[in-house]
Structure formats: structure tokens, C-alpha cells
Design a binder for this molecule. Structure first.
Ligand SMILES: Nc1ncnc2c1ncn2[C@@H]1O[C@H](COP(=O)(O)OP(=O)(O)OP(=O)(O)O)[C@@H](O)[C@H]1O
Length: 625
């Protein structure tokens, strides 16, 4: 019986190791497939000849468009070309197009359905506003936020382009005038902005659109922030799911979807939801060459990170404008007040503030009366301040897409700007609690954690993989901390350390004790009951090293929750033994290491790399520019 039990344990352990290996191979397969597809697209010549932009085929049933055909859309030989050029100069007061703008305009003017993926601040708006001005009738623009509509309408008014909006707070009178105008042979406005809720709820609006369509007065449908359609997009909005009705009812009207951040799987989903096929996707490079990306390890003493941020603002960014993103409303108030105490003109901004106060803070910041906005993600869409010199994240973002978009508010004027994120262990679990209900929220969070934890890979290359972009290693130009300090890390075998973590978790299960990640760190460092201390191997690693090892185990799925699908895996609920995927440790070449025998990680460079676990990369020193 004993033999059978022993063998069963061993088989179970081996099976678990196979599971881990299969998961890793599947992950690798996904990465390689995505890379292969991106390379194929490049080879097939679907990419733009512009070095800064590529044009990919649509993610789903993509129309096969040759390179030559695509390049034709960069030209000026179309019947609308004269009007486009004239309005660019006379109405929009711009002299030239930015990469991909003319191509997008020609495609939509020729009636193609189009997704335009362009980094924030590159000029997506022109790609639907200029066609609207050059077309008959009016264009419908679906926008997620009323404040975004207001900004756009204010801008369009300033250049004498008639635009109106309809949202929940529009008066009856106004709605009536707008709806009547839609079907007039000479429509009194060129753009009609609506929220997705309005499309979903107003039958009257739909029937007026129907009339406008029949009268050939509906020239284009624009869906701004199109990633909101997809549950995979980081700003998913349920009402966006109903927008498929537009293309079903008005099949001949071209649709243009705009987004700054969408992976091909998000766009595939959007295509389905919006009922479009044969969509052309134009993707401008995500690479903002003027932005410097840096990750700093956040000290568990909050004051230290505030001091660090304050010192940066007072020295490197003296008299410059910037944003400090924080996790919560409470943090926004607290960090703003700490910065004020350090003589920095900073103000908090969060969703719970009075609309009046919010716009006052925004206005003061835009006009440089306040230098720093300390904000939650509520301070987001529609920020068009060109001279933001720094975006500091006091807490990591909940996904790479979020981080890209938030940090992308820096340097819209094209001049150098910094994007710095403070990466703290306990923040991972604060955010984890917040995203637990989100589709693939944990997975996305771990990708952000991976971005922060990586010290051996270019930050841009990590984003490139994420956004399915073919990446050339020269593309960074030392504009990230890891490229700038290329060899500033050591590679160590963390097998022994991982084994100690498992031992602690096994003990916790035996004692029916639930360990949160923070408690796990402390237990491993020898805090907690004396009885436990006697039974485990404590570590001599420093706290940041301990945290890094545990994060590495999470990233590689050695720590997680057993018995649930990966998306249900809640790392905040405590790391119990049943949540651990057993690690089969090598039999030979390793010896058990008591606390006394252990060396700090930085001295373990020469240890044999025999572990089944993984190699952990730990930062040797804090990056300093
Ligand atoms: N061809 C151009 N030449 C010069 N400036 C331009 C051009 N196109 C757009 N811009 C300017 O670039 C700025 C950003 O444009 P826009 O607001 O359209 O960006 P966006 O891509 O929509 O960004 P977001 O994702 O943040 O909404 C605006 O001030 C706009 O006037």
C-alpha cells in the first residue's frame, strides 16, 4: 500500500510538471504564431513602405490587397483629392499629412470599411473629420464620452465646421432640430456625435438615420475608441456591443473604427460585433520614438517613492508639465497633498470630484497654472496637452494597453518626454482585486507585471510583441532603461529559493492556514510564529529579491490556484498549497540549502542552472539616468 501511495504521489507530481510544460509550450506556440503571422504580413508586402508605419491586412476575412493597390491610396489621383487637399489647408489649417492619414482618408472616401490603429496623439480625428467635410450629408460619430464630444465640437467650431451632438442630456428642442436636419437635402451640420447608449436606446434616432440613409445623406459611420466593442479591449463598454445594428441597417455606408491600442484579436472581435467584413486595417507603428520608458522598483516605504517622484519633478522636470497616475481616489488626494507639502504645484483629479472642480483642475493644468496632475485613470481620453514632459505611474497600470495609452499622453509635441512606472509588489495584488471580474483581467495584469519585472528585454520590444508588431531591435535607440543599461542584471538559478517557497506553502496547507502573497513574503523572511520558523527554511534574500522570486513564480504559473480555469485564478485569495503547481526539482546537481548556507542572490551567479523551475532575472541595481 505504501509503495502504491508513494508511486501515486510521484506520478501526480510528474503529471503536474507535464501540465506546466504543456502550458509553457502553448504560450510559446501563441507567441511564435503571432510572430510568424506578423512576418508573413511583412513579406507579403502588405506593409507600408513608410518606415514608421505598417499597414496590415484585416485581422479576419481580410481583403487581399496588393502592395501596389495599397500604395495607390497614398496618391492624389482620386475625384475627391482636390477637395481633400484644399480642406486640409483651408479648413484644418494643416500643411501636410502625417503617415497613414492620406491612405486612411482615401480608403474611407472610396467606401472601404476601415480600422485605424494609431497611437494616441498621432491625428486619428483628421481621418474622419476631413472626409466628413468633403462628403455629402453628415457623418455619424460614435464616441464613448460626452467630454470627448464636447472637446471635438469646440475644436470643430473654432475652424468653422458645423458639428452637433446628441446624448442623454440633450434637450428635446435640440434633439428635434438635429433630427430634422439629418434628412434635409442640405444638412446643416457635417458631423453628428452620439454616445453608443443613444444608438442602443433611441428608436427615433435610428429611424431618422434610416431616412438619412435612404436620402443618401449619411456619408460615414465613425466608431471612436473601437476597442471598447470587445471584451478583450481594455475599456470594454457593453453598449458598444450593440453597434452592429449600424452596419446591418446601413450596409452601404463605410465604417471607420479608430483606436490607439488594439491587438489583432481585439480587432477580430470588433469586426464580428460591428458586422463588418473585408475590413482594411491600417496600423501605424506603436513606437513613439521620443518617449523614454523606465521602470523603477517601488520601495515598500511609500514615502521613499513619493520623495523620489518629488525629487524628479523638482530637478529633471523643473518647471515642466506632467501627470502622476495613481491607483485610487484616496491615493490621488494623498499623493497630491504630499507633493504640495514638497512645494510642487500639484492637484488631484478623480472620478468622484465635482464636474466643475474637475474641469477647473484640467483647465489650470492645460494653461500651466498647475504643473502636475495627480490622477486616477479617470483622467484619460481627450487630453490633448502637447507639452507633457513626464508621465509617472505611482502604481503600475492594469494592462500593457492601459499603460501604453496612459503613458502616451507624454510628448505629444514630438519632443523628448519620460514615462516612468514605479513597480511595487503589493500593488500587483491591489490591482488584482480590482480586475478580478474583468475578462482576462488577471492575464493582462500579469503581462504588465512581466513588462516591469523584465530587466533583460527592451521595453519597446515587449510592447511590440503585445501589439503584434514586427520589431527591429534598433527601433529603441536606447530610449528605455533596459537598452540603456543593457548588462545591468545577473541571471541566477532560483530553484533552491522556489523550493523553500513550496515548503512554506505545504506547511500552510497542513496547518490549514491561508497565506496571502504578502504573508508568504514575510513567512519566508522569518516573520510570524516561532513554531513555523523552526519548520521552514528562511531566506537570506533581501525583500526585493524575495518579492521578485515570488513574482517570477506567478508569471511562470508555478503559483496559482488549482481547480479553476486560469482566468478565474485569483492570486489575492492567498497562496495555498493546492494553488501551487508542484515543482519537480532536479535530483542531481542540487543540494538542499539551509538558511545559513544561502547566499544573497547577487552572489549566486555561478550556481549550476539545473532547475526545472525557471531562471529568474533580478535587477542588480536601481536604474539611474
Ligand atoms: N497632419 C497633421 N499635421 C500637423 N498636426 C496634426 C496633423 N494631424 C493631426 N494633427 C494634430 O495632432 C494632434 C492630435 O490629433 P488627434 O487628437 O486627432 O489625435 P488622436 O490620434 O485622435 O489622439 P487620441 O488617441 O488621444 O484621441 C492635434 O492637435 C491635431 O491638430
Amino acid at each position: 500500500m505504501e509503495d502504491a501511495q508513494e508511486e501515486l504521489d510521484s506520478v501526480e507530481a510528474e503529471l503536474e510538471m507535464v501540465e506546466v510544460q504543456v502550458a509553457e509550450l502553448l504560450q510559446k506556440q501563441t507567441e511564435l504564431t503571432s510572430r510568424k503571422n506578423a512576418l508573413l504580413r511583412q513579406l507579403e508586402g502588405a506593409t507600408s513602405s513608410s518606415s514608421s508605419a505598417k499597414s496590415a491586412k484585416s485581422p479576419g476575412a481580410s481583403p487581399s490587397m496588393s502592395k501596389q493597390e495599397m500604395q495607390r491610396y497614398d496618391g492624389t489621383g482620386f475625384q475627391w483629392s482636390k477637395s481633400v487637399e484644399q480642406n486640409l489647408k483651408d479648413t484644418f489649417r494643416l500643411s501636410t499629412f502625417r503617415p497613414l492619414q492620406l491612405r486612411a482618408i482615401n480608403l474611407t472616401m472610396s467606401g472601404r470599411d476601415l480600422f485605424l490603429v494609431m497611437p494616441t496623439g498621432r491625428g486619428k480625428s483628421l481621418c474622419y473629420q476631413l472626409p466628413a467635410v468633403c462628403s455629402k450629408g453628415s457623418s455619424l460619430v460614435v464616441t464613448p464620452l460626452v467630454s470627448l464630444m464636447e472637446d471635438q465640437i469646440m475644436y470643430l467650431k473654432s475652424i468653422d465646421v458645423a458639428a452637433v451632438m446628441l446624448n442623454a442630456s440633450s434637450s428635446r428642442e435640440h434633439a428635434k432640430t438635429v433630427m430634422a436636419g439629418m434628412t434635409e437635402s442640405k444638412c446643416p451640420f457635417k458631423l453628428l456625435y452620439v454616445t453608443p447608449e443613444k444608438i442602443a436606446k433611441s428608436k427615433l434616432l435610428m429611424s431618422r438615420l434610416e431616412k438619412a440613409y435612404k436620402a443618401d445623406q449619411l456619408s460615414r459611420i465613425t466608431v471612436d475608441e473601437v476597442h471598447c466593442c470587445s471584451q478583450w479591449g481594455h475599456d470594454f463598454r457593453p453598449d458598444y456591443k450593440l453597434l452592429g445594428i449600424l452596419k446591418r441597417q446601413f450596409p452601404k455606408v463605410p465604417l471607420i473604427g479608430l483606436t490607439a491600442t488594439a491587438t489583432s484579436s481585439v480587432l477580430k472581435d470588433c469586426e464580428k460585433i460591428l458586422c463588418v467584413s473585408q475590413t482594411v486595417t491600417l496600423t501605424a507603428s506603436f513606437n513613439r520614438t521620443n518617449l523614454y520608458y523606465e521602470v523603477r522598483i517601488k520601495d515598500c516605504d511609500n514615502d521613499a517613492s513619493i520623495n523620489d517622484i518629488a525629487s524628479l519633478i523638482k530637478t529633471r522636470y523643473k518647471d515642466q508639465s506632467g501627470i502622476v497616475y495613481v491607483f485610487s481616489q484616496k491615493d490621488a488626494e494623498a499623493v497630491a497633498s504630499e507633493l504640495q507639502k514638497r512645494d510642487i504645484s500639484a492637484s488631484a483629479y478623480h472620478a468622484n470630484m465635482d464636474p466643475e472642480d474637475k474641469s477647473q483642475v484640467h483647465r489650470k493644468w492645460t494653461t500651466n497654472k498647475i504643473r502636475v496632475i495627480v490622477a486616477t485613470v479617470a483622467f484619460g481620453m481627450g487630453i490633448d496637452k502637447p507639452d507633457v514632459r513626464f508621465v509617472v505611474h505611482h502604481t503600475i497600470s492594469k494592462s500593457i494597453e492601459n499603460y501604453y495609452q496612459e503613458s502616451g499622453r507624454a510628448g505629444r509635441d514630438g519632443r523628448p518626454a519620460d514615462c516612468i512606472v514605479y513597480y511595487g509588489f503589493s500593488d500587483i495584488f491591489r490591482i488584482s482585486t480590482m480586475v478580478v471580474m474583468e475578462n482576462v483581467g488577471q492575464k493582462k495584469l500579469l503581462t504588465m507585471v512581466d513588462y516591469c519585472q523584465s530587466v533583460d528585454r527592451c521595453r519597446r520590444s515587449l510592447m511590440a510583441v503585445h501589439f503584434d508588431e514586427v520589431w527591429d531591435n534598433k527601433g529603441c535607440g536606447q530610449m528605455c532603461d533596459t537598452c540603456r543599461h543593457a548588462n545591468d542584471y545577473v541571471t541566477v538559478d532560483i530553484t533552491q529559493h522556489a523550493r523553500q517557497v513550496v515548503q512554506i506553502l505545504e506547511l500552510a496547507v497542513t496547518n490549514d492556514e491561508k497565506l496571502t502573497p504578502l504573508k508568504l513574503v514575510e513567512a519566508w523572511m522569518g516573520k510570524g510564529p516561532a513554531k513555523r520558523r523552526k519548520m521552514i527554511q528562511m531566506t537570506l534574500l533581501s525583500r526585493p529579491q524575495v518579492e521578485a522570486v515570488i513574482v517570477q513564480l506567478l508569471l511562470k504559473s508555478y503559483l496559482g490556484q488549482r481547480g479553476h480555469s486560469p482566468t478565474m485564478c485569483r492570486i489575492t485569495r492567498g497562496l495555498q498549497l493546492h494553488s501551487v503547481r508542484h515543482i519537480l526539482l532536479p535530483e542531481a546537481g542540487t543540494k538542499s540549502c539551509s538558511a545559513e548556507e544561502q547566499q544573497p542572490l547577487s552572489q549566486c551567479e555561478d550556481e549550476e542552472h539545473g532547475g526545472e523551475v525557471c531562471l529568474g532575472e533580478l535587477r542588480r541595481s536601481h536604474d539611474q539616468r
